[in-house]
Design a protein around this ligand. Structure first.
Ligand SMILES: Nc1nc2c(c(=O)[nH]1)N[C@@H](CN(C=O)c1ccc(C(=O)N[C@@H](CCC(=O)O)C(=O)O)cc1)CN2
Length: 295
């Protein structure tokens, strides 16, 4: 019997618990505030930002909604970040990725105040994560770790194969699963587009995390019986009737082998958004030297 891990339900539970923390902050006269910065006309990016804005509204996080013409020079974005960095009311700043070609992602990330970097992408925050002392865990890997915990999946000693080596998901997740902490202690292999015989790796894994951005790259023939499958991909593909979302996992065939699997949509995506709320609430505490022990 395969368990389908319901990311919407887990994210909703997390939002409920965060609301309690936000109410506590209100008694101190603090309203956590997130600035979202969108410099893109990609419909998926627009959707993600508007979902993040409405999640904030639901839990009581105030928002600033900054939109920059995608054809503007990079300096326009950098000036905006400088303003948000120095604005005392803003706790967290999120620049929706990807940015346009004339703007180097690496420069954007460095320009952010690391205390307001609720994506956890700034080199200072990456360094803290790798050393095992995370300030802000990047939202998608944090969501994956939380889903595994919620589903009762033991990572200690587990053979985990991550397919994808991005800075947003694959690399930070590998580091988090390696840490000597709860939700870590795994043996981690990171596969990518140049990996020989991908199926040989995924086929021996206890846990497979597919985060390559390739629709239905991993199917049931590539999995061990009773493995746990986490699908990070959100790919919009054309169909005869229009378009649909598919993950990096071929859900039907993978479900026949997996003991537990996340769907797309409704798996990791909602958790990515919930963890952004978590980091914003954490930022509101850290910036005021208030204790934050998690949820
Ligand atoms: N600054 C950032 N940019 C990007 C990140 C990120 O973590 N920070 N990650 C990805 C995209 N992403 C976050 O922005 C993201 C992806 C998917 C979802 C989501 O909720 N997906 C839903 C389906 C949504 C739909 O209907 O299209 C789901 O899977 O159920 C949220 C956020 C790249 N950029």
């Amino acid at each position: 019997m395969t368990t389908v891990i319901d990311g919407n339900a887990v994210a909703s539970d997390l939002r409920d618990r965060l609301t309690g923390r936000i109410d506590d902050l209100a008694t101190e006269g603090v309203t956590p505030t997130l600035a979202t910065v969108l410099m893109s006309d990609d419909p998926a990016s627009e959707t993600y930002v508007s979902m993040k804005q409405s999640d904030c509204e639901e839990v009581g996080i105030a928002t600033r909604d900054v939109e920059i013409d995608p054809d503007a020079p990079a300096e326009r974005l950098f000036d905006t970040l400088d303003d948000l960095n120095s604005d005392p009311e803003v706790d967290g700043v999120l620049v929706q990725m990807p940015t346009p070609d004339q703007v180097a992602d690496s420069e954007v990330i460095r320009r952010l105040d690391p205390m307001k970097d609720v994506d956890g992408f700034h080199p200072e925050n990456v360094g803290l994560l790798v050393r095992g002392d995370p300030r802000y865990k990047p939202c998608t890997p944090h969501g994956v770790q939380h889903l595994l915990d919620h589903a009762g999946v033991e990572t200690e000693g587990a053979d985990v194969v991550i397919v994808g080596r991005s800075n947003i998901v694959g690399k930070p997740l590998a580091n988090m699963l390696l840490q000597k902490t709860a939700g870590g202690n795994a043996t981690v292999t990171v596969c990518h587009s140049r990996t020989d015989d991908l199926a040989a790796h995924t086929g021996r894994a206890d846990i497979v995390v597919a985060a390559a951005g390739v629709p239905e790259l991993v199917d049931g023939s590539m999995l061990a019986e009773d493995s746990v499958v986490i699908d990070v991909g959100v790919n919009r593909v054309e169909t005869e009737d229009g378009s649909t979302l598919v993950g990096d996992v071929a859900f039907d065939s993978a479900s026949e082998l997996a003991s537990a699997i996340t769907p797309v949509p409704g798996g990791v995506g909602p958790m990515t958004r919930a963890m952004l709320l978590y980091n914003t609430v954490k930022a509101a505490h850290l910036r005021r030297d208030l204790a934050f022990d998690g949820l």
